[in-house]
Design a protein around this ligand. Structure first.
Ligand code: DQA
Length: 147
C-alpha cells in the first residue's frame, strides 16, 4: 500500500524553526525515518513538503486518484484552510485513510491552534509526540489495513 506523508507550510524549516517546540531534526531526517518505518510496516511511503496551499490540495487529489493513504501535517493550514479540508475530505470519502499529525500538541498552545478544520474529516489524529507522531500514524495505517 502507498502512503503519502504530506507536510504543509514552514515544515521545511524544521531543525531551524523554534527548535524548543519542533526539535532539531530536519524534514530530510523525517523523510529518511519515515521511509524506514514504512519499510518495516510494509508500506510504500513518500514524504513531501510544500509552503503552497494549491500544491498541497493537488497532492491530496493525487492521493485519491492513485488510491494512496495519507498522513497529513497541515501545519498552519490546519486552523483555517477550508480548501485543504475539502480536499482531505475527498480522501476519506474515497475509503482511504487520512491521519492528521502534529509534532507539537496544538491543544496545549495558543488558542488559535485549538481549532482544526481538518480533524472532523480525518480518520484520526495524532499530536504531541514529535517525529514519533509520524511513526505512530504510519503504524495506525498499517494496523487498520491488516487488522
Ligand atoms: C504543527 C502545529 C501548527 O499549529 C503549526 O502551525 C505548525 C506545526 C505541528 O506539527 O505541531 O506549523 O502542525
Amino acid at each position: 500500500p502507498r502512503v503519502l506523508v504530506l507536510n504543509g507550510p514552514n515544515l521545511g524549516r524544521l531543525g531551524v524553526r523554534e527548535p524548543e517546540v519542533y526539535g532539531h531534526a530536519t524534514m530530510a531526517d523525517l523523510a529518511v525515518a519515515a521511509g524506514k518505518w514504512g519499510a518495516e510496516l510494509g508500506l510504500d511511503v513518500a514524504v513531501r513538503q510544500t509552503d503552497d496551499e494549491s500544491e498541497l490540495v493537488g497532492w491530496l487529489h493525487e492521493a485519491v486518484d492513485a488510491g494512496a493513504h495519507v498522513v497529513l501535517n497541515p501545519a498552519a493550514f490546519t486552523h483555517y484552510s477550508y480548501a485543504l479540508r475539502d480536499a482531505a475530505a475527498q480522501v476519506t470519502t474515497a475509503g482511504l485513510l487520512l491521519v492528521e499529525v502534529h509534532l507539537s500538541n496544538p491543544a496545549s498552545r495558543e488558542s488559535f491552534r485549538h481549532l482544526s478544520v481538518v480533524a472532523g474529516i480525518a480518520t484520526g489524529t495524532i499530536a504531541g509526540f514529535g517525529f514519533d507522531s509520524y511513526r505512530l500514524a504510519l503504524s495506525a495505517v498499517a494496523a487498520r489495513l491488516n487488522p
